[in-house]
Design a protein around this ligand. Structure first.
Ligand SMILES: [Zn+2]
Length: 325
């Protein structure tokens, strides 16, 4: 099976062993120093709807502050993804969060891109990166410009990440406009922790081509005969224009920022209703998952069958930024 990974955070997918190795060499304190214990620590609930706590990311980002460490994390991500059957991926990260040891943003991007290229060379597949601006900060146009300048250096997309609630996408409209006028693809986290108005804002005001998570599109639908039928302008638009939804079941169930459970996640019902659903892992470490696992969960808990399985694989191919732009 050939998977595409479209919503995959570089700082959410480190190996516990790598965190321990780097932390040890740099005298960074870890809450636990056994690999399995540390994995479990990362897997604990991390946020609530109105207060998404990013402590676990502070930890992973703290060990990604020099070029060797950043290169290693990117390289290992490619190895782990290919081992899971992912032959195409777009890895996202926020370059401005890796400047604590005086790297320049360009050095950060070069280290990630080189790790990705070296990973492709050794393990195969086709991989690109997405640069994230943090929505609680005011530097999104700087990140957008970096993305545009690095279009030929593995960067293929731009994203707004970080705490969603109270930080609507249009706070970053200038950055989104720059991206829309460029060759870079635009995806925005919306409708993960906050309501459907954030999806509306991302699509109508910021021209997002894909939506990160987006499961709360169900608020703009009625549920009838097993299908979600739009009864709002935004849900109708997302359905009609096949706006890809980067759905992350395990992450939603686990993060605490979403009110869904593994038995009632709307991912597959949205797919059956014609929405352009793709399955993603989000954070392989924090959600303790991988893409193949997301498909298994959808089969075991959400009635994903063979035909729908192929549809999901095809949707993710269609939604690659190499195919959307
Ligand atoms: Zn995400």
């Amino acid at each position: 099976m050939e998977f595409s990974a479209l919503h995959e955070h570089l700082d959410g997918g480190l190996r516990a062993k790598t965190i321990i190795d780097i932390a040890t060499s740099k005298n960074i304190d870890l809450p636990l120093d056994d690999e399995k214990d540390l994995e479990n620590w990362f897997f604990e609930n991390i946020s609530t709807e109105k207060n998404q706590v990013f402590k676990k990311f502070e930890m992973t980002i703290s060990v990604m502050q020099d070029t060797d460490a950043i290169h290693r994390v990117a390289y290992e991500a490619i190895e782990d993804l290919v081992l899971d059957g992912v032959l195409y991926g777009e890895l996202r990260y926020a370059p401005l969060q890796h400047l604590k040891e005086k790297l320049s943003p360009q050095q950060v991007i070069d280290a990630v891109s080189q790790g990705v290229r070296d990973g492709e060379k050794d393990f195969g597949g086709e991989f690109h990166t997405i640069l994230c601006a943090m929505r609680q900060h005011q530097d999104s146009t700087e990140v957008a410009k970096l993305a545009i300048d690095n279009f030929n250096n593995k960067v293929i997309g731009f994203d707004l990440a970080g705490p969603e609630y109270n930080f609507p996408p249009s706070l970053h409209k200038d950055a989104c406009n720059l991206i829309s006028e460029s060759d870079i693809g635009l995806t925005i986290h919306a409708g993960e922790a906050a309501d459907i108005s954030y999806i509306e804002d991302a699509v109508f005001n910021c021209q997002a081509q894909r939506i990160g998570h987006g499961w709360q599109i169900i608020e703009g639908c009625i549920f009838k005969n097993g299908q979600y039928i739009p009864n709002s302008k935004i849900a109708q638009h997302v359905l009609d224009h096949e706006v890809p939804l980067e759905i992350c079941i395990s992450s939603n169930v686990k993060s605490g920022a979403s009110s869904v459970s593994i038995d009632n996640h709307p991912a597959i019902k949205l797919l059956k209703s014609g929405f352009k659903v793709t399955l993603n892992s989000d954070n392989r470490l924090m959600a303790k998952t991988k893409i193949s696992e997301e498909f298994k969960k959808a089969e075991n808990y959400l009635e994903l069958d063979g035909n729908l399985h192929s549809q999901l694989v095809k949707n993710a191919i269609d939604a690659r930024f190499t195919n959307l732009k």
